[in-house]
Design a binder for this molecule. Sequence first.
Ligand SMILES: CC(C)(COP(=O)(O)OP(=O)(O)OC[C@H]1O[C@@H](n2cnc3c(N)ncnc32)[C@H](O)[C@@H]1OP(=O)(O)O)[C@@H](O)C(=O)NCCC(=O)NCCS
Length: 163
Amino acid sequence: MTTPSATSAPRLEEITAANLEAALGIRVRPEQEFAVSSVMKSLAEAYVHPGVAWPRLIVDGERPVGFLMAFLDIDWKADGSLVRSGLWRLNIAADEQGRGYGRFAVESVAEQIRDRGGEEMYVTWHPGDHGPENFYLGLGFRDTGERSEGETVGVLTLDRVRA
Ligand SMILES: CC(C)(COP(=O)(O)OP(=O)(O)OC[C@H]1O[C@@H](n2cnc3c(N)ncnc32)[C@H](O)[C@@H]1OP(=O)(O)O)[C@@H](O)C(=O)NCCC(=O)NCCS
């Protein structure tokens, strides 16, 4: 097992021809696969939703450690009466979990939304063992009480005053 060094500083990379294979190689644990789509499916969705999908590879040093995809200003309701932004997908590689990369991903998307003037970050999650519910609750998301296609809809209020 690789121990991250004290200088470990993850970053986000746009998906390009140079890192596509690395992105497609990100795999969560088998028992977690019910909770998130594959990177391949997410990139296909990004292709057909170019205006709102924000896919990024999470890299630490030379290691691809995860993948995230945000949604930015989507019409949450078909009639266009509700616009939301948030985290669409988050896949941390099985052997890279527990090292802070998930938190980094959430903070990165929060910053992106905040920079665009947003005040809330949404996410939906599958309830159940091995799902990410307690990860999101631990980071400050709250259950809105809404359900979307069987998933819990959570929201994080973004603090607009930065330390
Ligand atoms: C859920 C997931 C994104 C967490 O990523 P991670 O890199 O392991 O999380 P981090 O190391 O950044 O953990 C941040 C904090 O959350 C906690 N945490 C992580 N996963 C947790 C879980 N399943 N339950 C409770 N707490 C959890 C960590 O202990 C840590 O807490 P601390 O800061 O108090 O020590 C990762 O396990 C994953 O990719 N799961 C499979 C796919 C998935 O469910 N994606 C979400 C789809 S909506």
